[in-house]
Design a protein around this ligand. Structure first.
Ligand SMILES: Nc1ncnc2c1ncn2[C@@H]1O[C@H](COP(=O)(O)OP(=O)(O)OP(=O)(O)O)[C@@H](O)[C@H]1O
Ligand SMILES: [Mg+2]
Length: 249
């Protein structure tokens, strides 16, 4: 059973169809890959699903509930989180605080009176150690290297999945591996497998075909905003039209 579906989703910018009639389906406990040449609509799709952009037409169905539009502040309550192609962090905060903010209460009154408990600190320590950033816990986020910034975004997702509220169901990764060193790639791959094992629906946008082949259980290929192909990665990646869509860039 799908936890997230899109039906006939459309988004155009001044006549350019960034997303065109996309009907996709994402299941829990699966990594679903989305590939496609530059400008094929991958990030636009994620931006629609996380409420940064409103679609012109179509539906989004989350846990059986139909939505024509998603409000950004409502995204956590829909059990969703994402990472950005151009990493976004709380730049002026230390690494540790970037994790603590997602572990603590999201509503204002409890947050005002909340102390960071041992429980939160233990979780934060665990996820920062897992991605190899514990030594950097007091550093401001803006001082991290590019790869470390991406790892901090991933640690934040992990923290949400560990937060104990059990409400994170869908995780969208927009090119999480771009610019990472091999040992970092291994860390991020392991996080994705862990989220899958926890039963989350993982959505992975990625240009590295080796990683897509290795990690994804199901694959969608976009081309000019439209669905070009879907299926098992090994079958889809062998298709002539898919190879041509990439080579034709
Ligand atoms: N805010 C916007 N205003 C106008 N056009 C946009 C906007 N956002 C995206 N587009 C256009 O929509 C199309 C899809 O862009 P999108 O960023 O979704 O592609 P992508 O598949 O994520 O590409 P990449 O692999 O380079 O990240 C492109 O033609 C892009 O120029
Ligand atoms: Mg993109």
């Amino acid at each position: 059973m799908a936890i997230l579906e899109t039906k006939h989703l459309i988004k155009h910018f001044d006549g350019v169809y960034a997303v065109n009639k996309l009907s996709l389906s994402f299941e829990p406990g699966r990594i679903t890959g989305i590939i496609g040449p530059n400008g094929s609509g991958k990030s636009t799709l994620v931006n629609i699903l996380t409420g940064l952009i409103s679609p012109n037409d179509g539906e989004i169905i989350i846990s059986g509930e139909k939505l024509t539009k998603i409000m950004p502040h409502y995204v956590p309550f829909l059990g969703m989180t994402r990472t950005f192609q151009d990493v976004r962090l709380f730049e002026q905060m230390p690494v540790l605080d970037n994790i603590l903010v997602v572990l603590t209460e999201r509503s204002i009154w409890p947050a005002l009176f909340e102390r960071h408990t041992r429980f939160h600190l233990d979780k934060a320590e665990a996820v920062l150690k897992q991605v190899g950033l514990w030594e950097k816990r007091d550093e401001l986020a803006r001082n991290l290297s590019y790869g470390q910034r991406k790892l901090l975004e991933i640690a934040r997702v992990l923290a949400m999945s560990h937060s104990g509220t059990g409400d994170l169901e869908i995780v969208l990764f927009d090119e999480p591996f771009a610019g990472l060193f091999p040992e970092m790639i291994k860390t991020v791959s392991d996080v994705m497998r862990e989220l899958r094992a926890q039963g989350k629906a993982v959505i992975l946008i990625e240009h590295n075909m080796e990683l897509i082949r290795e990690l994804s259980d199901y694959l969608y290929v976009l081309d000019s905003g439209e669905l070009l192909a879907e299926g098992k990665p090994e079958e889809v990646l062998a298709r002539k039209d898919v190879i041509e869509a990439y080579l034709g860039e």
